[in-house]
Design a binder for this molecule. Sequence first.
Ligand SMILES: [Zn+2]
Length: 94
Amino acid sequence: MKSRLIICHHCSERNCVRRHGKARSGLQRYFCSNCKRTFQINYIYQGHEGKILRQVESMYDEGKTRAEICRNLGVNPVVVDRYLYLISMESDAY
Ligand SMILES: [Zn+2]
């Protein structure tokens, strides 16, 4: 099975990273055997969902409210909440 090469967020090592279960948020966690640290990758950042997430993120940055984001994107508040949560998780990781 061929999998995408994951780069460690901490040391940028490519070949020492393996899957390390899932976080409660549903994000895939990874463990780097080079620097012995774990990190998460948001797998929804690809494709269609990733596009929506970026839209949510930019609207949120513009100061739009959750309700406005829901209306603009035609998604329900639960979805927006999930994206906002993922965005906050991602910014914590850096
Ligand atoms: Zn590492």
